[in-house]
Structures are given as C-alpha cells and as structure tokens.
Design a protein around this ligand. Structure first.
Ligand code: FAD
Length: 366
C-alpha cells in the first residue's frame, strides 16, 4: 500500500510516523512545499498539562516533546493597566519550529524522510492507495475532490510576532489608543523567546493605517501600542503578515481514498490553543482506523470520521464561541477589569461558575 501525505506540519509529520509504526508494510511519502526548518509563526500553546493527552496512546512522543515545553498554571488578563490573575488554568507551550524538528527527527528515525520544496499537487495522486491532505487551512489537495468545503474569514486582523521578553504566564493584554482597540496574546515558548500575537478589529486596523504600512512600520506601531508590556524589548517578525483567521469547515472528511486532517479539515480559533492538538489527535485516530481496516481504505476513512467528528465538533463549537468573543472585544472592554476577566473566562461556554470555583478559587473569591 502506498500513502501520500501532503504537508509536513504537525498533522502530516505525526501521521506519517504513526502509519510507519502501525503499518510497517506501507510505503509512506511525505511532501512539503517549504524548505526544511522554514515555517511561519513562533510558539503554540497546549491547554492542560504538557503533552499528557498523548500519554495513553503514545508515551514515546509524549516523553520526547514534553521536556522541551514551557509550562505554567495561571493565566493573566491585563485591562486598563490592571492585571487580573486567573489561577488553576494551566498551559504548556513550545516553539513551532522546535516542535516540528522533534516530530521530524522521530519520523526520520522511523525511516521516512519528507521531501521538501515540492508541492503535493505536482504528485500523480492516482498512483496512491491513500492521499492525506495535511496541507493546512489553504489546502490545495482539498480542491481535488468535492469535500463540501466552506472557508469564512473572521473580521479581526492578527499578526504573529515573537519577542525576547519572557512572560511568566499566558497573558492577554488589551490596550486602547486614538485609533481604537488592540489585544496581544503573549506567552513564553522557550527559555529565551515569547510568542506575541497582535490582534485588532477591522475598524481599528483601518484607522491605524496598517494598509499603508510595510512590515517594519507595522512592527514599530505594534511596539508603541504595547510599550508597557514589552518593556523595551523589540518584536521579531517571521512572515508576520496581517491575516484574517479563516473558519474552515468540510461537509465530508473523505472522498474515495482522499482524506482531510488537521487545519485542512477544520480550523479552531487560536484563542483556545487547540489546533495543533486536534491535528495530532486526528493523526492518532486516522492511523488507528487504517490499522484496523488494513487494505480497505474507504472503510477506514468512514470509521475515522464516524468516531472523530463528534469530538471535533464539540471543540470547534467552543473555539467558535471564543472567536465570537474576540470579534466583540472592543465592546467587552467597556467592562471594569475584573468583570472583563470574568467575561473572558466564560467566553467558550465550557466553564460554568461552579466548575470555575473549583479550578480557580482565588480568582472567584477575589
Ligand atoms: C496566530 C496563530 C496562533 C496559533 N496558536 C496556536 C496555539 O497556541 N496552539 C495550537 O494548538 N494551535 C495554534 N494555532 C493553530 C495551529 O497552528 C494549527 O492548528 C496547526 O498548525 C495545524 O497543523 P496542520 O499540520 O494541520 O497544518 P499546518 O501547521 O498549517 O501545516 C501544513 C503544512 O502543509 C504545507 N503545505 C501547504 N500546501 C502544501 C502543498 N500544496 N504541498 C505540500 N505542502 C504544503 C505547509 O507548508 C505546512 O508545512 C495557531 C494558529 C495561528 C494562525
């Protein structure tokens, strides 16, 4: 059996490793359009304790990645200069490049070397028994069959920066200036670097004049807006262009022997820190189904979707609710800092007040 995996992001690298391990007779070809070690963005966070979601299924990967992560147990909301700490909500983070390198090394050790700087659309898809679109939100492979795809961009704009300033914990800082309203999601993802995602609503973006600014001017503007937060450290860019987050959905996850995983299948807004985890869980679920159904690929793909879709839809609903909150954040900023933090923590509809009291007693008592 021959499998083509399009994309060497978290979904593609991890799936290739799992298929190689679980189905050693298969030939796995991974094709990545970019050069090795060239990726966008800075860090990614995972909710909860490090990589524990993988522990039961795959302790090797968990042990390989977890030591490279930064972890903390609280989050902080800064509004009108006041810092409100919400205790008991833990996250872990890792640089995206470091993470891909760890997954890539594990895959190479299992005997598969991805082919870099080659687009998957240059492959003859009909030669493969299985074609996996793990090529991200703008998937080209997805366009080769009718998956019932919709892509809806959110209204807010964001740019993904880094900075050498270390933040103790995942912090959401909200700032207002003469042009409008700004938010930064910032957290450390390595001993020496932090991630800094800068976001604003469309009206603020226009008033600030970002349309006419090049990358250096944009960066300087963001540094001025968050001067108190950065305390003199510079922002660093890495393909940090302005983007609107796309809500990707697909009516069907597979067509014949072609299947979507990771962001190609659906996106989950970055404010709940789950896109990478979902991508890896897709890989786990798909590799299990393939191992169970062996040569009957369409049956494996149908079983994969039947088992996984309900779980994914629940999380995506939470991500959508969180994204909706961010789309309205200038309105929420009318609240006083503590009420604002309360509104923030309730935004995905997953934490009711009783549960919050158990998780974050200091915050609730405060
Ligand atoms: C600002 C921002 C912050 C985020 N923060 C977090 C976070 O904190 N935590 C979290 O879990 N998730 C976060 N995410 C989401 C996370 O990045 C994605 O969910 C995750 O990367 C999905 O993995 P993937 O492998 O499906 O896709 P990607 O990571 O997008 O990988 C797809 C790969 O396919 C390659 N590719 C594309 N087209 C082709 C082609 N035609 N041929 C060959 N290769 C191709 C790309 O170059 C890329 O390497 C964030 C996203 C954004 C935008």
């Amino acid at each position: 059996m021959r499998a083509l995996i399009a994309g060497a992001g978290p979904a593609g690298l991890y799936l290739a490793y799992l298929v190689q391990r679980r189905l050693p007779g298969w030939e796995v070809r991974v094709v990545e359009q970019n050069a090795r070690d060239s990726t966008f963005g800075f860090g990614v966070v995972f909710s909860d304790r490090a990589f524990e979601f993988l522990r039961a299924d795959d302790p090797e990967t968990c042990d390989r990645v977890a030591p490279a992560m930064e972890t903390w147990t609280d989050i902080a909301i800064v509004h009108r200069g006041e810092r409100v700490v919400i205790d008991g909500i833990g996250f872990s983070a890792i640089g995206r490049l470091k993470f891909l390198q760890l997954l890539g090394a594990q895959l190479e050790a299992a005997g598969v070397s991805p082919i870099f700087q080659r687009s998957a659309v240059a492959e003859n898809l009909n030669e493969f028994d299985l074609v996996v679109a793990a090529d991200g939100a703008n998937s080209e492979i997805r366009k080769t069959a009718d998956f019932g795809t919709t892509v809806a961009p959110l209204g807010n704009r964001f740019a993904w920066f880094g900075t050498a300033r270390r933040f103790n914990t995942l912090t959401q800082t909200f700032v207002q200036n003469e042009a409008g309203f700004f938010n930064a999601h910032h957290y450390r993802h390595s001993p020496s670097m932090s991630t800094f995602v800068f976001e604003c609503d469309a009206a603020t973006w226009r008033r600030a004049g970002f349309e006419r600014m090049d990358e250096a001017a944009t960066l300087a503007y963001c540094e001025r807006v968050f001067a108190d937060t950065l305390q003199g450290e510079r922002l660093v860019s890495n393909k940090s262009v302005w983007r609107n987050f796309p809500k990707v959905r697909n009516a069907r996850w597979s067509v014949g022997n072609r299947v979507l995983i990771g962001d190609a299948q659906r996106t989950a807004h970055f404010s709940i820190g789950s896109g990478t985890r979902l991508a890896m869980e897709d890989a786990l679920a798909l590799s299990k189904a393939l191992a169970e159904f062996k040569d009957d690929v369409p049956a494996a793909l149908a079983a994969f979707e039947a088992a996984r879709r309900p779980v994914v839809e629940k999380l995506v609903a939470a991500a959508d609710a969180s994204a909706d909150w961010y789309e309205q954040f200038p309105e929420h900023m009318k609240l006083a800092p503590r009420e604002f933090a309360w509104s923030y923590i309730q935004r995905s509809g997953r934490i009711d007040p009783d549960r919050l009291r158990k998780i974050a007693p200091r915050f609730v008592d405060g």
